[in-house]
Design a protein around this ligand. Structure first.
Ligand code: X8Z
Ligand code: ZN
Length: 641
């Protein structure tokens, strides 16, 4: 396939006579033909690349990794070639839509690295980090070695044994992040070098540019500040309940919550420990896991329930290829796979797949909707040219399935689909429900915000490799109010223990999504004619809501995000207001419960203040001192051996 593609490109180049100086061609007809050619070829190149990458992600072997590295390299080189050809056109007088397409063809990120050996090294480093993460096992005994999914994840959700959780927490970081510190440093240098050739200051600058908003960094910072009081109230309530469970002695005096007690390996969402945290323990708890197990739900059935919801809105149901091609369960044939859930567009308008090691739990039920939201977006914009087959911005892509979940997870809807046998409607049950949602949505906000605060600072060179872990924990302690349960040093690399760092997926998109999804929810609920508090809205069966959502999704990334955003919400700015409105009743409850018992010190307990460089010099200093003492002893005692 590769050589024929190259041949075609060369033939086309010669035929169209587009060889020439950068910016020399002003022929709009030739430019239109170039875009057509790009679009046809991109579908072939990207879909071949997706197939090789899928094979690697669903069967991690040395051979598949090599093939994936080579395929990524060829794809990058093809994009480089296209970018050079596009640069021949002077687009300034062209139709604005054409200008946008040309801009996107030239904005190729790390593929811009001209040195092929370096490009291969970059792809290889990424594939190695991904492999380390996805094949790691934690051995608590010589024979008992556990993978993250499903075993360790399940223990974090179910176990309340502090010591076992602590050992798993440390074990996971020893086996994943710690093993990739050097690779990550290599990656940062290569990635920065690549994007600098495109005129970006560093990789973070490149990532942020995708939001097409001058004030993006300030915008997310002020949204975070606005939402902080909500998080602080939730944190205080959770801390009190966890102290009652585990005893005060496990908790540092600084006010932090030890990071291994929140039901999740990264303490990013806390809903798995919700049974300890219900404001009214005698009222129903909103976890339908037991009911799903009782009704013998399967992975496939979970996805069919999600599909039914999208279809009820008049949106596109999952095509047969989705059901044939997806990996909805962890394979039991001994294959190593990347279990972290993802959705795949094969760029051929036909093949769309999800890869998820689905477990029959409410959490996975929610994730299934999340992933299907990505597929629905792919389906809605599949008619667009390849350059526009993306979210209005990455936060939009992450928000689609979550918006659907906001309806699905209302007690009323869960009752309607038979997952909540009895529906109790009173203020106390309502508060329990809002707490369950807050443990997913509010608990996540500082985590969603801080991951890229760390990476942006690393890419900028403000955080040096010798301070990677210290800077990470500074953010975790200060913004999230969680602390490491055992001492951390620069021998550790805890950022690497989170999927999106080794897999190089930007993370601010999730923070953006968690804000946007409430703005979307409000707009869709209005379209559906919902009355009453926002948290009681279920848009199931509303084709009015479905039509509005579909209109926004079908635009893909053909316009700056504010345009599709305005079409749905009538607004042009991100706003935390709908999120705050949704949770207001819970906040009133928490403020009353907490009084002044809230907050934490900014500094981290359990963070070794001495970096590895510092440790090394201390080590030399102590050795020198010891030698001095010994030699003086040797002199006085006439000690020789
Ligand atoms: O990675 C994901 C999705 C795939 S895009 C499963 N999420 C983030 C995470 O797990 O860290 C969804 C919520 C945040
Ligand atoms: Zn996602």
């Amino acid at each position: 396939m590769w050589s024929s593609t190259q041949l075609l490109v060369v033939l086309w180049t010669v035929a169209m006579g587009v060889r020439g100086e950068a910016g020399s061609n002003v022929n709009e007809t030739a430019a239109g033909e170039f875009l057509d050619m790009y679009n046809t070829e991109a579908q072939r190149v990207f879909s071949a690349n997706a197939a090789v990458s899928w094979a690697f992600n669903t069967n991690i072997t040395d051979e598949n990794r090599q093939k994936s590295i080579q395929s990524d390299l060829q794809t990058d080189l093809w994009r480089q070639n296209m970018s050079h050809q596009a640069a021949v056109f002077n687009t300034s007088g062209f139709d604005p839509d054409m200008q946008r397409q040309f801009y996107k063809i030239k904005d190729i990120g790390t593929a811009a690295l001209e040195d092929v050996a370096k490009l291969e090294e970059l792809n290889s480093v990424l594939a190695q980090m991904s492999t380390i993460y996805s094949t790691a096992r934690v051995c608590l005994t010589k024979t008992d070695c556990l993978p993250l999914d499903p075993d360790i994840t399940r223990e974090f959700e179910k176990s309340r044994n502090e010591e076992r959780l602590r050992r798993l927490w440390v074990g996971w970081r020893d086996e994943s992040g710690k093993k990739m510190r050097q690779l990550y440093t290599q990656f940062v240098d290569l990635s920065n070098e690549a994007v600098k050739t495109l005129g970006y200051a560093d990789t973070g600058d490149y990532w942020r540019s995708k939001y097409e908003t001058e004030t993006f960094e300030q915008d997310v910072a002020s949204l975070f500040e606005e939402l902080k009081p909500f998080y602080t109230e939730l944190h205080a309530f959770v801390r009190r309940r966890l102290k009652a469970q585990y005893g005060d002695s496990v908790f540092p005096a600084s006010g932090h919550i030890p990071a291994h007690l929140l039901g999740n390996m990264w303490a990013q969402q806390w809903n798995s420990v919700q049974n300890l945290l219900m404001p009214y323990p005698d009222q129903p708890i909103l976890d339908v896991t037991a009911e799903m197990v009782k009704q013998e739900y399967t992975a496939e059935r979970i996805f069919h329930v999600a599909d039914d919801f999208f279809a009820s809105l008049g949106l596109t149901p999952m095509p047969q290829e989705f059901w044939n091609g997806s990996m909805l369960e962890k394979p039991q044939d001994g294959r190593e796979v990347v279990c972290h859930a993802s959705a795949w567009d094969f760029y051929n308008g036909i093949d769309f797949r999800v890869k998820q090691c689905t477990e029959v739990t409410m959490e996975h039920f929610s994730t299934a909707h999340h992933e299907m939201g990505h597929i629905e977006y792919f389906l809605q914009y599949k008619h667009q040219p390849v350059v526009y087959r993306g979210g209005a911005n990455a936060g939009f892509h992450e928000a689609v399935g979550d918006v659907i979940s906001l309806s699905v997870e209302t007690p009323k809807h869960l009752h309607d689909i038979g997952l909540l046998p009895t529906l109790v409607e009173n203020n106390e049950a309502d508060t329990n429900f809002l707490m369950a949602m807050a443990l997913q949505k509010i608990a996540f906000l500082p985590f969603g915000y801080l991951i890229d605060q760390w990476r942006w600072s690393v890419f900028r060179g403000q955080t040096h490799p010798s301070d990677y872990n210290k800077a990470w924990w500074k953010l975790r302690c200060e913004l999230q109010g969680v602390s490491p349960p055992v001492a951390r040093t620069e021998d550790d690399f805890d950022p690497g223990a989170k999927f999106h760092i080794p897999n190089n997926t930007p993370y601010i998109r999730y923070f953006v999504s968690f804000v946007l999804q409430f703005q979307f929810h409000k707009a869709l609920c209005d379209a559906a004619g919902h009355t009453g508090p926002l948290h009681t809205c279920d848009i199931f069966n509303s084709t009015e809501a479905g039509t509005k959502l579909g209109e926004m999704l079908s635009m893909g990334s053909s316009k700056v995000w504010t345009e599709p955003f305005q079409a749905l919400t009538n607004q042009t700015r991100m706003s935390a207001q709908p999120l705050m409105d949704y949770f207001q009743p819970l906040m009133t409850f928490l403020q009353k419960e907490n009084g002044q018992d809230k907050g934490w010190q900014p500094d981290c307990p359990n963070l070794d203040p001495i970096s590895s460089a510092g440790q090394a010099s201390l080590h030399y200093l102590l050795t020198a001192l010891l030698l001095l003492v010994l030699s003086s002893h040797a002199l006085t005692l006439n000690w020789n051996c």
